[in-house]
Design a protein around this ligand. Structure first.
Ligand SMILES: *[C@@H]1O[C@H](CO)[C@@H](O)[C@H](O)[C@H]1NC(C)=O
Ligand SMILES: *[C@@H]1O[C@H](CO)[C@@H](O)[C@H](O)[C@H]1NC(C)=O
Length: 314
């Protein structure tokens, strides 16, 4: 072919340029006719999980009647057969088929189908008898309901962190936070409602971080995980902001309670060890000799003492 080209250009003799061009074109055609050449409508298709998709492998030119068609899946650098000997094999066995000439149709994609696939066509009767084409399939997975953690109550002026995470989504989820049904903007300065709030929002990690909460930060928070396949939200959770004064009061009450508890325990211990035993005994000693007097005694000791004495006076 190159020889012919040189000849054409070099010899400015009888052959006209048009004739030369025609020769070139026909030789070009002749060569393509005896080579297998593949093409694809889409070399990086995507689909959602549980939907169907196709890995397009089209034969642009071929002269062999029944070429050998093979598909391989390449995952983590390891190739494995998907279509071989006119049969779909492996994991895709019941979910894929070939559509003429060489397109692989997957009817119910799963997340594990995300991989590179190679369509290989061998045509022994063609001069260039082999061609291959690589297709990268992405199966998108809708996020599941994210796990959200919101502190129930935070003291005014203290820091607080809200977390939101979801692991199923593919591509990886991005996160949005909402307060009382209103989306929290990434930049608080962009909204008058959030202008004075001290938070930073990381939409990649799902963390909403307040450096110092204000009263206005209280509310019902929820988070949304989203990707190209869809989105999911966690239920709203309340975050309260309380004054540190209240905290002081609560702390004071707690201290008083602890002190009271200590005193009670102390008294109990002292009682058990017999510190009060002598007092009790004198009471009894006093009562016993008085019993035979026939005086109408009353239950409690103190009162009994009093009545006893007063009956003497009478
Ligand atoms: C697709 O596959 C999943 C399991 O991998 C199955 O639960 C679902 O029913 C299938 N859907 C269809 C339409 O076959
Ligand atoms: C933000 O704070 C400034 C001064 O502290 C105040 O004048 C303004 O009203 C506040 N804005 C909001 C939306 O609370």
């Amino acid at each position: 072919m190159y020889g012919q080209t040189e000849q054409c250009i070099d010899s400015k003799m009888a052959i006209t340029r048009l004739a030369c061009l025609l020769t070139l074109l026909s030789t070009h055609c002749y060569f393509t006719v005896i080579a297998v050449i593949l093409k694809s409508n889409d070399q990086s298709p995507w689909t959602n999980e549980f939907e169907s998709t196709e890995l397009s492998c089209l034969i642009e030119s071929i002269s062999t009647n029944k070429p050998r068609i093979e598909w391989k899946k390449i995952q983590n650098g390891e190739p494995s057969y998907v279509y071989f000997d006119e049969k779909v094999s492996g994991d895709l066995e019941s979910r894929a088929r070939i559509r003429e000439p060489a397109t692989l149709v997957i009817t119910n994609a799963t997340r594990s189908d995300t991989a590179d696939y190679r369509c290989e066509v061998t045509a022994p009767n063609d001069q260039k008898s082999f061609d291959e084409i690589l297709i990268s399939l992405v199966v998108r997975v809708k996020p599941v309901v994210p796990k959200c953690s919101v502190p129930k109550s935070v003291p005014f002026g203290k820091s607080a962190e809200l977390h939101c995470v979801e692991e199923e989504g593919y591509p990886k989820s991005q996160y949005q936070w909402f307060r009382s049904k209103e989306e929290i903007p990434e930049d608080p300065k962009s909204s008058p409602k959030f202008f004075n709030s001290s938070y930073t929002l990381n939409s990649d990690t799902g963390t909403l971080k307040f450096s110092a909460v204000r009263k206005d930060d209280a509310g019902e928070y929820y988070c949304r995980a989203k990707n190209d396949a869809g989105h999911s939200e966690c239920g709203p959770q309340k975050m309260e902001v309380y004054d540190l004064n209240i905290a002081g009061i609560v702390l004071g009450v707690l201290v008083v309670l602890v002190v009271l508890l200590c005193i009670t325990v102390g008294i109990c211990c002292a009682y058990k060890r017999g510190y009060f035993a002598s007092q009790k005994q004198t009471g009894n000693n006093y009562k016993v000799p008085a019993k035979g007097d026939g005086v109408d005694y009353v239950r409690t000791e103190d009162e009994g003492d009093f009545r006893h004495k007063s009956s003497f006076v009478i």
